[in-house]
Design a binder for this molecule. Sequence first.
Ligand SMILES: [Zn+2]
Length: 853
Amino acid sequence: MTEQKTVYLADYQPYTHLVDSVDLTFRLAPSATRVSARLSLRPNPERPGRNDLRLDGEGLTLVSCAVDGKAVTPTVEPDALTLAAKDLPDGPFTLETEVEIAPEANTALEGLYMSKGMYCTQCEAEGFRKITYYPDRPDVMSRFKVRIESDLPILLSNGNPTAQGPGFAEWDDPWPKPAYLFALVAGDLRAHSAKFTTASERPVDLNIWVRPGDEDRCAYAMDSLIRSMRWDEQVYGREYDLDVFNIVAVDDFNMGAMENKGLNIFNSRYVLASPETATDDDYYRIEAIIAHEYFHNWTGNRITCRDWFQLCLKEGLTVFRDHQFSGDMRSAAVRRIEDVVTLRSRQFREDDGPLAHPVRPESFIEINNFYTATVYEKGAEVIGMLKSLVGDGAYKRALDLYFDRHDGDAATIEDWLKVFEDTTDRDLSQFKLWYSQAGTPRLKVDEAWDDGVYTLTFAQANPPTPGQPEKQPKVIPIKVALLNPNGDEVVPTIMLEMTREKQSFRFEGLAAKPVPSILRGFSAPVVLDRKPAPGERAFLLAHDTDPFNKWEAGRALAKEVMSEIALKGTPVRSDWLDALAAVTFDDTLDPAFRALCLRLPGEDDIAQTIHAMGRIPDPAKIHAARREMAGALAIRLGDGLSRLYKDLDDNAPFSPSASQAGRRALKVAALQLLTRRDGGKLAASAFARARSMTEEIGALAALLEVHQGQAELTSFAARWGRDANVMDKWYALQITTAEPGDAAALADRLIQTPGFDWKNPNRFRTVIGALAANHAAFHHRSGAGYRLVADWLLKLDPLNPQTAARVSTAFETWPRYDASRRKRAKKELERMLAAPDLSGDLREMVERMLAAG
Ligand SMILES: [Zn+2]
């Protein structure tokens, strides 16, 4: 076990040396790749005096080391190579090293590794140190030249190609970059190619590289890339800056994708799509992730982070930008709702438990553990609030200043906020608390009506989180409108700026007591705590002109009903059923919006709601409540549901467009409800004649939910057995629809199938991750869910600690539940902690989770 060291933001110091250029030569071989590095170095004037040169390096076999051409003997430790100051020139010098590494033995998928015969890299956050000795930190930016020697036909790296011939290729990246953006790919690949011309007329060759046979499934990814490039020019004035942009699809990848300069590497599931193999959700994700990684070229690559504490600087901003892009490409209202659903289910959950941390953490042990919903999703929400507070015009001016002022820099959150302060003359010191204080604020709302004057009083509570018992009030932008009792808007959307712990806002000259529509568009990531008047939610679901709040009214009502059933065993309330029926059959509403309204809140979300009420959630009762609501809804919607299904079941040729996707979503939602009434007849025929993966998997899910579909499962596997990305759906769906008491045993059976390659992160997630995400199954009172997940985390950890640590967050909610479940969960966490040679990644997570109780 390597010793665990905590790193603190407050300890930051610039690096001792500057690296003016890097020349790398790779002689690729699966078990013995040679990496030669030639670094042009000089002392950093910001670190006066004579300093040792310490380079990061892990798992490297040093072959040779020379300074200015003369062999030297450095001090080599397991994580570093050091040359003493006295042995170094007091000015510029050249350091040459040669190391040997074994990509085929690299199962952690960090650094240089192999995936099905192809070489690829993943260097963020600290993977480059597994390739060669180097100052592996984001504030050391340098120009990289790369030569690759290999018999494989396609040899790629960052930047522009400069030479190639039999057995070699050379690349030159003119833009200085940190090592985490380095990439190399070598393999037998085929390109799907296109051309792009930038606004200033630079021609760019675009290539998406895939394994032979997959070329015809790249068209949507390419189309998404071209639209992203155009959008970034039009909306942010940012152009692409190289002659070539390459994307490579890889099957074995720890995350979604990586924005390496000019050479993005993608998990193949976020590149490959055809109507038969990809769902509408897959299409949406491909578009969003292609855009996200492309947008990093400016927000992340040209302007990078000074240190890893600033991760939200690039991720929060880039997520915000990709949300904006998706909103422009699709229905902005539907995208906003989906983004908030994700935020609540992942980030609010994180904020509510032992893993809560600020958007900009102040210390960490393993940075890989901070690629979290808080850094990404809440990081994006913080930027959305900033934009609301300063206004669209000032936001644009501030961003222009940010790009002008910091191009080529390794920047900080302070730099980011300063451009807003300089543009607007606003003091953002209170706003900055959003970056330093963890936890989701709760906003209590009271109202008063007195002789034509309506007063809204807000009180904010910032709950304690690990290491932060006391907090100060935050700036909260609250977008509000007021509606007349007849549904007309009497006060259109205005933004209230809350800065104190408790604050009142008055509205005068109203003829009747209005109904407030509070937190329109979800203008701040907070929990609203308000007891609405009876019937108010149904009223807002019917009348609110803000699509987010319209949906939110129905959502809040559904959550209230589900919590009541789970806690008190009450029957399904008719006001919810009636209100939802009205929305479902309202043809003036976007089908995608109606499908969203029909989607019941998740069980984990209800557990969180019940926990926030100070009660103990019972996963089995929540599961039963959700099922009861779906059954009652299927009956309440009656024959109209069959008519709706028939109307949507058209023969239009497939398009991945948002409007068609919305119709399919509503059609599948209708089918799933109808299946609860007819026992599966319609779903079986829908499965047989499905013309897209959305319909095929939707029909299969409908069948599995009513314990049918075994024959369909078999035929699905026979049809798609060779397609790993499609089979991931087959595995995951069985686990997500399994009865809570059977899911762990089913997962065990699926693990025995020959297709279960647990070393592949996608497949591991589709079985173990799906079990962990099935709330009632993971928290089953037998403890079987906890046990199986812990077993597999322990098995995966020695090979791939990063993925093991991420999946382990399934346990983060354990303190919420009853004593018996807590005991079982804690036992598994303790068992993991006691394992010999537990990785630093998983150890840090388990220790943080155990600290909660
Ligand atoms: Zn990113």
